[in-house]
Design a protein around this ligand. Structure first.
Ligand code: C5P
Length: 310
């Protein structure tokens, strides 16, 4: 087997929000068709890669920036970074021992694609560092095996995403001046269960927007965006404690003058888009310290390859 090695380096893995998420019917493969606008944010996890240890080993240490967000022990094999390394090894024959340190800033089960972005950044970083030269198509194929959102993170930026998540049309960057306030309630959402709930409770009647209409609307002031998330009405109609939390967060964001409010992915993180930095700052201050996870950020204006720092 060919021997590869590289200098230790740190990379960033930015998260995303879905400005729009329309879920269509069930596909023969069990997934759902979707039409979505994904947008990368200037907030994400950090990963440090180092060669070392026994051939074929992968030691992964995870540090949670907010310890309360740490889940219980998860089997290593379920971690998307570990799985990305395993698929990369199978594809390339890369066998050197690896030590990876992951600093988790993005909460789990939030719909922000933290784990998916970690996986995409791992594939890109490994391919760059080990100089294995996998093609974009091959990386995308591996990414889709890891999860429906992972292919988007190979390029990031803003994109219209359809199919199961594999059709990605890059869009113009969103205006730099827009601020994003993320507000995640103190519970997470399981994607597969959210899809099951949607299948059971969804009510038709919402006008579907064409991809052209969606892309054109993105150029408008956020106050005029026609975007929605199909999961949200289904979560709200449950009339449970979670529904009350969502309602509370969204009403607070609205009353604090967000130009657009929404929920990302299959939840649980909600967000407000602000045209104005001052209003965003006031919102962050008002919502902090109420048991929710709150972060102020902005859209990444450029395509986001992982930034390598030696
Ligand atoms: O692909 P990923 O592992 O993120 O998907 C998690 C679950 O979400 C899938 O097992 C499936 O139940 C559901 N899903 C879906 N349609 C999609 C994406 C995800 O039904 N387009």
């Amino acid at each position: 087997m060919k021997k590869y090695s590289f200098e230790p380096c740190t990379i960033e893995a930015p998260c995303k929000i879905n400005l729009h998420l329309a879920i269509g019917g069930n596909r023969p493969d069990g997934f759902h068709e979707l039409k979505s606008i994904f947008a990368s944010l200037a907030f994400g996890d950090f990963l440090r890669f180092e060669c070392g240890g026994k051939e074929g080993d992968c030691k992964l240490s995870i540090k949670w920036e907010i310890p309360e967000e740490a889940p219980g022990e998860l089997p290593l094999e379920e971690n998307l970074v570990y799985r990305a390394v395993s698929l990369f090894r199978e594809e390339t024959g890369f066998s050197s021992g690896l030590r990876i340190s992951l600093v988790k800033r993005v909460p789990l089960g939030a719909g922000l694609g933290g784990g998916s972005s970690d996986a995409a950044s791992t594939l890109l970083a490994m391919n760059t560092l080990a100089k294995t030269g996998l093609s974009t198509e091959k990386l995308k194929e591996i990414a889709l095996q890891l999860g429906s959102d992972v292919p988007f993170f190979l390029d990031g930026g803003a994109a219209f995403v359809s199919g199961r998540g594999e059709h990605i049309k890059p869009l113009d960057p969103l205006p730099e001046g827009l601020k994003v306030i993320l507000v995640k309630p103190p519970f997470s959402s399981d994607t597969a269960s959210a899809f099951r709930l949607l299948d059971r409770f969804r009510q038709d009647g919402r006008k579907g927007l064409t991809s052209e209409e969606l892309i054109q609307a993105l150029g408008e002031n956020p106050a005029k965006w026609p975007f929605f998330n199909d999961f949200l009405p289904v979560f709200l109609m449950q009339e449970d404690e979670k529904a009350a939390s969502y309602r509370n967060i969204l009403e607070s964001l609205k009353s604090l003058n967000a130009s657009f409010i929404g929920m990302s992915g299959a939840g649980s993180c909600c967000f407000g888009i602000f045209n104005n930095e001052k209003t965003a700052k006031i919102t962050e201050k008002c919502l902090n310290g109420k048991g929710n996870f709150v972060r102020s950020t902005f859209f990444l204006a450029r395509k986001c390859k992982p930034v390598l720092k030696y």
